[in-house]
Design a binder for this molecule. Sequence first.
Ligand code: PEP
Ligand code: MG
Length: 540
Amino acid sequence: MKTLKGIGVSPGYAVGKAIVIREALIDINSSAYTSAEEELKKFQSAVAVFTKKTRELIESLTRSAGKKNADILNGHIVMLNDPFMLSQINDSIQGGKTAAQATDAVCNSFYDMFATVDDEMMKQRASDILDIKNSIIGILCGENGVAIEDVPKGSVMIAKDFTPSMTSRINRENVYAIIAEAGSVTSHSAILARAIDIPAVLSVKNASELIKDGDLLAIDGSKGKILFDPDQETVQKYENARQSYFEEKASLAEYFSRETVTKNGVKKAVYGNIGKPEDAEAVIQNGGEGIGLFRTEFLFMDRPSLPTEEEQFEAYSTVAKAMGTKEVIIRTLDIGGDKAVPYLEIPKEDNPFLGYRAIRYCLDNPDIFKIQLRAILRAAYFGNIKIMLPLITDTEEVLSAKALIAECEKELESEGVLFKKGIPLGVMIETPAAVLIADELAKIADFFSIGTNDLTGYVMAVDRGNGKVSGLYSVQKSAVLKAIEMTVKSAKSVGIPVGMCGESAADSELIPKLVEWGLDEFSVTPNSILRTRKEICECD
Ligand code: PEP
Ligand code: MG
């Protein structure tokens, strides 16, 4: 079966017939220049039509995707009314260009300016400008755009790019999935596709050439997988998956605004795990009550050098602001093991999982560690941030980190920089050593979070990547269960909160035990939040 792969940005499954949206060829030179006054009038009336149409789209999108998502289109109205852009269009018209030519030239120059900056937000602006340009020229030249609204039921739409206005015109009853050559997880088309709950695969190279109208496609919107001409068995499999996806969604929807409370009234919390600031949106959209693990190492990976204090401050404060009063637990740099950061030039080790990693690296490199701590303390001013230390094996490590935090607080104070003092400091329990001294750690930590991903491997002395022994890598092994229970009890006996941020926090088989032992907070991948809440609420 021929397949194509892209970035899966909106989950769900679909089987449907391809409709390739080709850009309408509009001739911007089709009308002759009249006079500056006339052309200006034409432009202004096109802006009025655009604004009216966009307002109508906003209204319908607010109903289907919520006000926040609809605001993306509001941004288009604001952009088009930017005085600098309007004055350039005006100048261009005064200089002898028709309304369509002036719009084309000015939008193209704005597009070039935004598209060349290596920043996701700027690239987004570029795509918005293109969307505005096409709409205005479409109105001026009598082209109403592609009839996206009218595609038949069971369609999979393919385009070079789905601009926000295109995405918002999609009839979700008829369109089963969308595929585009451009876009990423954070592009507006992805945000809107998730909001209206249509599977979407973006960044599929040459999709609009490789896929032909009428091709039968099976799509997995999480994995970004596209299958051509699937056989009957595959069609059935994808259709069943689509059905169960909708059924599960419907059964979980009621848990979005419900409190996480067990049947006998014990309050728990379900948080989300994130790796990038923009992931906070997925936690909010899935009803997360906070962020239980911000894996900051991703800010250090896939780049040529260390992120600066400012860059880190920007990332942490963006999440803090997005979450408002909700808790955001920022884990300090956890590199080494399977997370390589080449520019740090950590020498190759025989046993990287037992080596120079996480807190060990940070305490040995206080200059690097302090930059991160300063950025976190400053970001804490803007929200409800807590710090969490990875791979702790000794109380000394926590005390050393505390001393460095105190140093950073002093520095920031003397520099007169805004920051928050005395923010809670937690410890990850992910090594057998930490479990064994959990009673001691509980006296110097403000909270625990159990990292079952590492804990399982270290307790069972097993490499999960080694097929011959991977059967031992299970949270259900009695030694791992005991380690978890001991940790929760140690925290409870001192009265500090205890959470879990390893994958097992969403393990249906484990959840009842965690509830029974008294775990307070379950931090899971954003799309497991509602199911985890449901399962906790069903515990007695
Ligand atoms: C863990 O070990 O359980 C954990 C949450 O940390 P990571 O998966 O990032 O190592
Ligand atoms: Mg870990």
